[in-house]
Design a protein around this ligand. Structure first.
Ligand SMILES: [Zn+2]
Length: 142
């Protein structure tokens, strides 16, 4: 698992909580914020963005990743996700697959609740036996 300093961990949590404040979730009222730290130390925040056409919604995690990827980042150090729930809420299946595209499996994912607590889980734990580029290439070669 990537080492993350206490200073960066504090920022990761701060940004995940801040990101939640910009959530556009008039339908579900389920606010989510995400913070992402890239390998070169750049921070990205993301919130969930819903739509009247429900399927067009995008999760906070993918918002943060798309912002980072569109700026040229491909390697990530840590991700944090916050909600308004007392329990820990983990990324949905689509986000797990999306995040796994960039890995690594050891990526620490911090889930934040409203009690100021966090749960730490790795990407591999969230999505074991994930479909990857290597597997895809094998399929294409056949
Ligand atoms: Zn999601």
């Amino acid at each position: 698992m990537n080492h993350i300093s206490k200073e960066n961990l504090d920022l990761l949590f701060k940004y995940a909580l801040e990101a939640k404040e910009t959530s556009y979730s008039p339908y579900s009222k389920f606010r989510v914020g995400a913070a992402l730290l890239t390998k070169d130390g750049t921070w990205y925040k993301g919130c969930n963005v819903e739509n009247a056409s429900y399927g067009a919604a995008i999760c906070a995690e993918r918002t943060a990743y798309c912002k980072a990827i569109s700026e040229g980042h491909r390697e990530f150090i840590a991700l944090a996700v916050s909600t308004d729930q007392d329990d820990f809420v983990s990324p949905c299946g689509i986000c797990r697959q999306f995040i796994s595209e960039f890995g690594p499996g050891s990526l620490p994912v911090y889930l934040l609740n409203t009690k100021g607590e966090f749960k730490l889980i790795t990407l591999s734990e969230l999505l074991p036996l994930s479909f990857s580029l290597e597997q895809g290439q094998k399929f294409l070669i056949k």
